[in-house]
Design a protein around this ligand. Structure first.
Ligand SMILES: *Cc1c(COP(=O)(O)O)cnc(C)c1O
Length: 361
C-alpha cells in the first residue's frame, strides 16, 4: 500500500533531535513563552525575511489575530478566494468582518486577480489571499490592486512555507504573513502551532498582546485579548525541522517533477513556470471521473486525498454567512480534484508506481 501521508515516517529523521530537545524542555520546567519560542520566532522571521515574527497557537489564529491587529471598522469587507480551506473564511467571520469571495483561475487554483476589482466597495479593507497547495499567487497584479485601492494585504501561507514568486518568499508581500505548522504542513509541528510574519512594529506589538490575553506586563491587560500562544515544546521541534525545510521542499519538488513529466495528458496537471517556486503542499491532478479514479487507485493499493470535497460556500456552517452562492469555477475544482501522494517520506519508486497505475486508467 502506498500511503497518502504518514507523519510518523515524515518525522522519523528528526526523532533523535526531538527527544533531546523535549528532554531539555521537560527538565527546564518552562513551558509557555520562553526561550525556545523566542528562538524559533527569530529563526523563522529570518528564514522568511521579515523584521518580526510572532508564534501563535494555530494557522487559524495567525489569520484571526492579523485581522484583530488591523482592527478595521465594524462591517468592513475582506476579499478572499472562494477556493480555499474554510479556515481562511472562518478567521474573517470570527473577527466580526464580512468575507467577500472571489473565484479562482481554473488552471492555477489561486484567486483570479482579474476578478478582484469588481468585488471592491467603499467598505473593503483588506485582501486575504491564499497560496493554495503551495503555489504562490500571481503577486504582481495583486500588489498593484492593493496599491491602487489602498488595501491591506494578508497572506494565508498555511500551505506555502518556502514558496516564492519571482524569487520573493510568500509571507513577505503583505502587511501580514499567516503561517500554520499543523502536522501535515511542509513545516509541521507535533501538534497545533502557527506564526505571523510582518515588517510592521506596530502590528507585531498588537499581535504579541492579542496572543497573550491582551497583556504586555503580566496581570496588566491593555485590550481584550486571546490565549493563543505557541508552546515551548512545539517551538523546539519547529526550530529543528526548520533547518530541513528547504530539503523537504526540494524533495517534494523533485517528486512533483516526476509526476509532471511522466503522467499522461488525460490528467490536468498543475502549472509549472519560472515565476512560481511551488512547494507542493498538495500535488493535485484533475479528472472528470475523479471519484472513479480515486476508487481505482485504492483498489491498486494507492491512497489519495481530496483538497477539498466541498467548497466553503456549500458548507452548512456558511449558511447565512456567505450569501452569494454561485462559484462555478470553485465547484468545478472541488468536483474534479485529486491529491496524489507527495510526502517527505515517499521515494521516487513510490511515485513511479503511482504513475504507472494512473497511466493505465
Ligand atoms: C491548514 C490551513 C489553515 C489553518 O491552519 P490550522 O493550523 O489548522 O489552524 C488555514 N488556511 C489554509 C489554507 C490551510 O491549509
Amino acid at each position: 500500500m502506498i500511503e497518502y501521508e504518514n507523519l510518523g515516517k515524515v518525522n522519523r529523521p528528526f526523532f533523535e533531535e526531538y527527544k533531546k530537545d523535549f528532554a531539555e524542555t521537560l527538565e527546564k520546567g518552562w513551558y509557555i513563552l520562553g526561550s525556545k519560542v523566542q528562538k524559533f520566532e527569530e529563526e523563522f522571521g529570518s528564514y522568511i525575511g521579515t523584521k518580526y515574527c510572532t508564534g501563535v497557537a494555530s494557522g487559524l489564529d495567525a489569520l484571526l489575530l492579523s485581522l484583530k491587529a488591523l482592527n478595521p471598522e465594524k462591517g468592513s469587507e475582506i476579499i478572499t478566494p472562494s477556493n480555499t480551506y474554510i479556515a481562511t473564511i472562518l478567521s474573517i467571520v470570527q473577527a466580526g468582518l464580512k468575507p467577500v469571495l472571489v473565484e479562482p483561475e481554473i488552471r492555477s487554483y489561486n484567486v483570479d486577480p482579474a476578478r478582484i476589482e469588481e468585488k471592491i466597495t467603499s467598505r473593503t479593507k483588506a485582501l486575504m489571499i491564499v497560496h493554495l497547495y503551495g503555489r504562490p499567487c500571481d503577486m504582481d497584479p495583486i500588489m498593484e490592486i492593493c496599491r491602487k485601492h489602498n488595501l491591506v494585504l494578508i497572506e494565508d501561507c498555511a500551505q506555502s512555507h518556502g514558496a516564492r514568486y519571482k524569487g520573493k518568499l510568500t509571507g513577505t508581500f503583505g502587511e501580514f504573513g499567516a503561517f500554520s505548522f499543523y502536522p501535515t504542513k511542509n513545516l509541521g509541528a507535533l501538534g497545533d502551532a502557527g506564526a505571523v510574519t510582518t515588517n510592521s512594529e506596530e502590528y507585531n506589538t498588537a499581535i504579541r498582546r492579542l496572543r497573550n490575553y491582551g497583556s504586555d506586563i503580566k496581570y496588566y491587560n491593555e485590550i481584550a485579548g486571546y490565549n493563543s500562544r505557541l508552546d515551548e515544546v512545539q517551538a523546539g521541534f519547529l526550530s529543528i525541522k526548520l533547518k530541513k525545510l528547504d530539503e523537504i521542499n526540494a524533495h517534494k519538488r523533485m517528486l512533483a517533477d516526476i509526476y509532471l513529466k511522466e503522467l499522461k495528458s488525460d490528467f490536468i496537471k498543475p502549472l509549472k513556470d519560472d515565476d512560481h517556486f511551488d512547494v507542493y503542499h498538495v500535488f493535485n491532478i484533475r479528472h472528470e471521473k475523479r471519484d472513479k479514479l480515486k476508487e481505482y487507485l485504492l483498489k491498486n493499493e494507492i491512497k489519495t486525498d481530496i483538497h477539498y470535497p466541498v467548497p466553503p460556500h456549500k458548507q452548512k456552517a456558511m449558511k447565512g454567512i456567505i450569501t452569494e452562492n454561485s462559484f462555478p469555477i470553485s465547484e468545478e475544482i472541488h468536483k474534479t480534484t485529486l491529491s496524489l501522494p507527495i510526502s517527505y517520506f515517499h521515494k521516487e519508486d513510490d511515485i513511479q508506481k503511482v504513475i504507472s497505475v494512473l497511466n493505465k486508467f
